[in-house]
Design a protein around this ligand. Structure first.
Ligand SMILES: NC(=O)c1ccc[n+]([C@@H]2O[C@H](COP(=O)([O-])OP(=O)(O)OC[C@H]3O[C@@H](n4cnc5c(N)ncnc54)[C@H](O)[C@@H]3O)[C@@H](O)[C@H]2O)c1
Length: 389
């Protein structure tokens, strides 16, 4: 098997890195800039900070902040039409995964005459004429370093990912200071999302010795920084740690892919509009209880990365320790434990299992083959919750 490994052309990380954005815009020779962000970030003044930074460059700037909640294909189409008409040659995405996914997909789709085959996933986007810089404000989806962009399909009531190497930006600028204002629930949900990327990419069929280095480091940093970042948002050291987790896990996700947790989470987002991070966090222990049985060695490794103990002499015990840790995480971060808590009715589970079973891109990257019946069993466990919870 031949493996590629891809990263953005520029990966810049550090407290204060935001201030270098102006230099990056100049070096890309931009003539008209679009800032893509969401309503929440506009409210906390982040969009204005970008406008102020660009002003001395005398480069015309437009803003697109029509994003409220996780984006849909319809919204993406609106963003492309709006910014194509503005004839921007650089798109700056600043925000969580929602804003970054819109920014990178818009940059890749601007100039294409017929969007339909790209939006349906029938055709891969092979080229991009508009430049793109991404700055994350959550930690996170890792969207600034991935080749994916995820959108809700309102007609089908599902979430779907578009995948293309041209979604990698010209520059990813990660300034942990931008995450300090991130509310604790978003910090918790997006932080556990990053952990899901790390653990799923570690066991992924497409993982390599190189991607495993990223997954491992992300898990080690996650366990020592997540609680601080969630419960004391102004703890800059924890924010720096979580920003590394997000990017490291994002690189692992981009090059090894993720698996069943994400496949089972998609119907929660698509049909019930549950936040992506919350869906992944809730389902992760129930999914791993099943799929972890086929990756005993990896579970021993993960238990060690998470400082849960040395299970080399009793490898079959490692999975339980990892699953217990995942449940404890939900408690510690005040995240929901069951589908029932999210008001998802038990009668919806078969429909969700049918939808998730179709997501072959993710299920085939998981070292335990889940069919519709087994997926239904996992949803039923996640509905009831673990005994005693
Ligand atoms: N492209 C990828 O590789 C990838 C990977 C995982 C998830 N995703 C997608 O990313 C989306 C979720 O992204 P997310 O979890 O980062 O959340 P988000 O982008 O949806 O943001 C959630 C909320 O937090 C607010 N917010 C974000 N940063 C803030 C800050 N610093 N200060 C104040 N408010 C802030 C936003 O305004 C928003 O209201 C989903 O659509 C998911 O499918 C994409």
């Amino acid at each position: 098997m031949i493996h590629d490994f891809r990263m953005p052309a520029v990966f810049r990380f550090g407290v204060g890195a935001f201030a270098t954005l102006a230099k990056e815009i100049e070096s890309l020779g931009a003539r008209k800039v679009a800032i893509v962000s969401d309503k929440g970030l506009e409210k906390v003044g982040v969009v204005q900070r970008v406008v102020d930074l660009i002003e001395p460059l005398s480069v015309p700037t437009v803003t697109y902040t029509n994003i409220a909640g996780e984006p849909t294909f319809q919204l993406l189409q609106d963003a492309v039409e709006t910014l194509q008409a503005e004839k921007c040659d650089l798109i700056i995405g600043i925000g969580g995964g929602s804003a970054l996914d819109v920014a990178k997909a818009t940059a890749a789709l601007c100039g294409k005459s017929n969007l339909a085959p790209y939006l349906s996933g029938e055709e891969t986007i092979e080229s991009r004429t508009v430049k793109c810089i991404l700055l994350p404000t959550t930690s996170g989806t890792g969207s600034e370093v991935t080749m994916n962009a995820i959108f809700g399909d309102e007609e089908q009531q599902v979430k779907r990912g578009l995948v293309s190497p041209v979604f990698l930006p010209d520059a990813a600028i990660i300034d942990p200071e931008l995450t300090v204002s991130c509310p604790s629930r978003v910090t918790a949900a997006s932080g556990v999302d990053a952990f899901t990327h790390a653990i799923e990419s570690y066991i992924a069929i497409k993982s390599t010795p190189l991607t495993k280095v990223y997954s491992e480091r992300a898990m080690k940093l996650f366990t020592s920084n997540i609680t601080g970042a969630v419960h004391n948002g102004s703890d800059l050291e924890a924010r720096v740690g979580m920003s590394w987790v997000s990017s490291l896990a994002g690189v692992a996700l981009a090059n090894a892919g993720v698996g069943a947790v994400h496949a089972l989470a998609y119907p929660l987002g698509g049909t019930f509009h549950i936040e992506h991070g919350v869906s992944n966090a809730l389902l992760m222990p129930y999914v791993f209880e099943v799929i972890g049985k086929t990756c005993t060695k990896e579970m021993v490794d993960v238990a060690s990365f998470l400082q849960l103990g040395d299970f080399k002499s009793q490898p079959n015990e490692a999975l339980k320790a990892v699953v217990d840790y995942m449940h404890q995480l939900l408690d510690d971060l005040d995240l929901p434990h069951t589908l029932a808590e999210l008001d998802i009715g038990e009668d919806s589970l078969p429909m969700m299992a049918k939808q998730a079973a179709k997501i072959d891109r993710l299920l085939s990257n998981t070292p335990y083959q889940l069919n519709e019946q087994k997926i239904l069993g996992i949803y039923q466990s996640a509905f009831k919750g673990r005994e005693g919870i």
